[in-house]
Write a protein that binds this ligand. Structure first.
Ligand code: GAL
Length: 418
C-alpha cells in the first residue's frame, strides 16, 4: 500500500505532514465458477474478508457449472505466463498443476496455523504437492443428494423413492399428476453427476470405488454396471424436453417453484433453496439419492495459489489462505454455499438440518468405508480420464435407444485414457 505525502502549511502552525491512502491496494485475482445466486453470495463473503484486510478482490468468475469453462480459461492464462493469484482447482488436478512447477508453497501459513491438526488427513493429503500445501480447502460438498418438493409428492400421491426400483412408480404418479418427475439440465457434467449417483445407488460404495475410482475393467464390464446404465437410460423419460443446455440452478428453480418433484444434484443446490428463503423440512427435503443412504460422495472445493513475482501478492495469497480456514469464513461461506465446513472443530448449531445430516453422514461413511470421491466433480481420477468417461456417459444419455453393450465397452476404453 502506498502513501502519498502532502505538506500543508498554515501560518504559525507551520507545516503539517499528513498521509492519505492512495488507491493502490494490492489486487488479488481469484478464478472461480461461483456464479449462481447461492454461490455468488458465498463468494462475496471471501471478497469482503479480503477487502477488510486491505486487499482489492479482482473477481475472475467464469460461468459454467462444474468448472469446465473455468479450467479452459485458466490454462490459457497460465500458458501465457500470467496466472491469477488463486484459482478454484480440485482433487487430483492439484497434483497435475503441482507437477508443472507453477504453484506457490503455502507452508509458511499452514505450519503457523497448524493445518495438519485442523483438517481430516484425507483432505490434507489432496491439498499437498510433494509434502507441501499448495491449496487451501474451502468446504465439503456431498454429491449424492436428491432434492425434493414435498408438495408435489403430496399432490401426486407418490412416496419419495428410497431405491432405484421404487423410482419408476413414483415418477409415473408424478407425471400423471401433471408434474415433471426429475428436474435436469442437459449438460455433460450434470449427466455425469446423475450417472455417478445411479452407479452408487445400484452398486453400492465398494462397487463404485472399483469402477469409478480404481477403474477396474471387470467392474466396468459387469452386470452391475449394465444395470446402472439401464436405470440411467430410463431417466430420459422422467425429464422434460427443455432440459438440453439448462443450467443446474434453473433445474433447482423448477423444484423450488413446484414444477418438478426431484433433482439429483450436490448440495450447492441447497444454496439456491436458502437464497430463495426456503426451509428444509417444510418447503423442501434433502434425502440421499436412491439406494445410497449409507454412502457419501464427497466433493471438496479448494483454492490453489500460483507463484507470483510481486511479494505483496504473495502476502495477499497467505492472507487469503488464512481467511479461508478461519472459523468465521467457514461459517458464513458454507451457510450460503450449501456445503459443510472442512474444519473438523466447527460448531454446526447455526447450520440447517441438511448440513447437520451431511456432517453426520460424512463421519459415518468414513467409519464404514463408504466415503467415496465424486468422479463427476474431479475428485476421483485424472481430469483427462474423467473427461473421456463423461463424454461416453453424456452421449449415451442423449441417444435414446443407444446400446448398453456398446456403452460398457466404450466406458471401459475411456477409463484407460490418462
Ligand atoms: C462443483 C463445485 C461446486 C459448485 C458446482 C456447480 O464442481 O465443486 O462448488 O460450484 O460445481 O457449479
Amino acid at each position: 500500500m502506498k502513501f502519498k505525502m502532502r505538506a500543508l502549511c498554515a501560518g504559525a502552525l507551520g507545516c503539517l505532514l499528513f498521509g492519505s491512502v492512495a488507491a493502490h491496494a494490492t489486487n488479488i485475482e481469484v478464478l472461480h465458477w461461483w456464479t449462481s445466486g447461492g454461490e455468488a453470495k458465498a463468494a462475496a463473503q471471501l471478497k469482503s474478508i479480503m477487502e477488510s484486510k486491505g486487499y482489492t478482490w479482482k473477481d475472475f468468475a467464469v460461468a459454467g457449472g462444474g468448472g469446465e469453462n473455468a479450467m479452459t480459461v485458466l490454462k490459457t492464462r497460465v500458458v501465457s505466463g500470467d496466472p491469477p493469484a488463486a484459482a478454484q482447482i480440485k482433487g487430483p488436478s492439484i497434483q497435475e498443476w503441482g507437477a508443472e512447477g507453477v504453484l506457490a508453497d503455502l507452508s509458511p501459513v499452514a505450519n503457523v496455523e497448524k493445518w495438519d491438526r485442523m483438517l481430516p488427513e484425507v483432505v490434507a493429503d489432496v491439498m499437498k504437492y510433494d509434502g507441501h500445501y499448495v491449496a487451501v480447502p474451502v468446504n465439503v460438498h456431498r454429491v449424492n443428494w436428491m432434492w425434493i418438493n414435498p408438495a408435489v409428492f403430496k399432490a401426486a400421491g407418490a412416496d419419495v423413492p428410497r431405491t432405484w426400483d421404487e423410482f419408476p412408480e413414483a415418477a409415473k404418479k408424478i407425471r400423471a399428476a401433471g408434474y415433471i418427475p426429475l428436474a435436469h439440465g442437459g449438460q455433460p457434467w450434470q449427466d455425469f453427476t446423475v450417472f455417478e449417483s445411479v452407479v452408487l445407488g445400484v452398486g453400492g460404495a465398494d462397487f463404485y470405488r472399483q469402477a469409478m475410482v480404481k477403474l477396474d475393467q471387470k467392474a466396468l464390464h459387469s452386470d452391475t454396471m449394465r444395470h446402472a446404465f439401464e436405470v440411467f437410460g430410463s431417466l430420459r423419460a422422467d425429464i422434460d424436453p427443455d432440459a438440453p443446455n439448462r443450467d443446474w440452478n434453473q433445474a433447482t428453480a423448477m423444484v423450488i417453484n413446484g414444477k418438478a418433484a426431484m433433482q439429483l444434484m450436490g448440495d450447492w443446490a441447497k444454496g439456491e433453496f436458502t437464497q430463495a428463503g426456503k426451509m428444509p423440512g417444510k418447503d423442501y427435503e434433502c434425502v440421499a439419492a436412491p439406494g445410497s443412504q449409507n454412502a457419501f460422495t464427497f466433493n471438496i472445493d479448494s483454492l490453489v495459489m500460483f507463484q507470483q513475482n510481486d511479494a505483496n501478492v504473495t502476502k495477499g495469497q497467505h492472507a487469503l489462505a488464512s481467511a479461508v480456514l478461519s472459523p468465521a469464513f467457514q461459517k458464513v461461506f458454507n451457510l450460503a454455499k450449501g456445503s459443510i465446513p472442512v474444519r473438523t472443530d466447527m460448531d454446526l448449531s447455526d447450520f440447517d438440518a441438511c448440513a447437520r445430516k451431511s456432517a453426520r453422514d460424512f463421519q459415518a461413511a468414513a467409519k464404514a468405508g463408504t466415503l467415496v470421491p465424486s468422479i463427476a466433480h474431479q475428485m476421483a481420477v485424472p481430469a483427462a480420464t474423467a473427461g473421456a468417461m463423461q463424454d461416453v456417459v453424456t452421449q449415451f444419455f442423449n441417444a435414446p435407444g443407444a446400446s448398453v453393450d456398446n456403452v460398457l465397452d466404450r466406458l471401459a476404453q475411456a477409463a484407460r485414457i490418462q
